[in-house]
Design a protein around this ligand. Structure first.
Ligand SMILES: [Zn+2]
Length: 247
């Protein structure tokens, strides 16, 4: 196997995957002639994280046609018919606990069902977006659309909360312009909108961007400020200690 670069979905550490941390197992199905062909089966790829504080196992399963491997008398997947993440079960990022629990839960659920039901996923993502505008920006109106308009007004007047940047605004506006999502922003967020899987993924990326730009960035600023304050206080305390007697 050639070594390759990979990012662990559990600890986000970038690493080079070596043979000892990579496994491919293939099972051929003995079913004769099928609609998918004669030589079919599943392949399970597993990777062990080499970060010693993580060591999580990531597993992906693929179903499809198989061909004989050039290296041994085993089989390898040829054309994938189905590709499923087994562990972790979705693309969901692990979120810090300062993101409000109801928003985090909607996000996790939206990730879990994005492939099975883009409509339901998009509905949850819109609820996340509304939850963030209400919690982080303190804006509460009758619909998500009105809330975005209000945020836009505050932003243009320089009154939006810190963290609501030009970029985060452009991202919200870009999503609002997408066909069905945009058309339904005006309705209640719980109305289920017909949407394709790509649009559901886009909404999830927007929600993730806002986690970063709003909550995580605010926490970093607060941590930095706390460090600066602590170090200034330590210096002040040291200054107050009288110098040793130099008689
Ligand atoms: Zn890891």
């Amino acid at each position: 196997m050639r070594e390759f670069n990979w990012t662990c979905p559990y600890c986000s550490s970038h690493q080079t995957v070596v043979t000892a941390k990579y496994d491919v197992s293939t099972v051929r199905f003995d079913l004769g002639d099928t609609v998918d062909g004669k030589c079919i089966g599943v392949q399970i790829v597993s990777i062990g994280c080499s970060n010693s504080t993580c060591k999580n196992v990531t597993i992906t399963l693929s179903y499809g046609t198989l061909k004989e491997s050039q290296f041994n008398d085993d089989y390898r997947i040829n054309e994938k018919i189905l590709d499923l993440p087994i562990k972790p079960e979705s693309r969901a990022r692990s979120l810090p606990n300062f993101i409000p629990a109801p928003i985090a839960q909607d996000y996790l659920e939206a990730c879990r069902i994005s492939k099975l039901s883009p409509k339901a996923s998009a509905t949850l993502s819109r609820r996340c977006l509304q939850g963030m505008i209400r919690d982080f920006c303190g804006i509460r109106e009758k619909s998500l659309n009105l809330e975005i308009n209000e945020l836009k007004k505050q932003f243009n007047e320089g009154q939006a909360p810190r963290g609501v940047s030009e970029e985060s605004f452009e991202a919200i506006e870009a999503i609002r312009k997408i066909g069905n999502i945009g058309a339904h922003m005006e309705k209640d967020i719980n109305v289920i909108v017909d949407i394709d899987p790509d649009e559901a993924e886009l909404l999830l990326s927007l929600v993730e961007n806002l986690f970063d730009d709003w909550y995580i960035e605010r926490q970093r600023r607060q941590d930095r400020l706390a460090r600066v304050t602590a170090s200034a206080e330590a210096k002040e305390a040291a200054r107050r200690v009288p110098p040793p007697n130099q008689e």
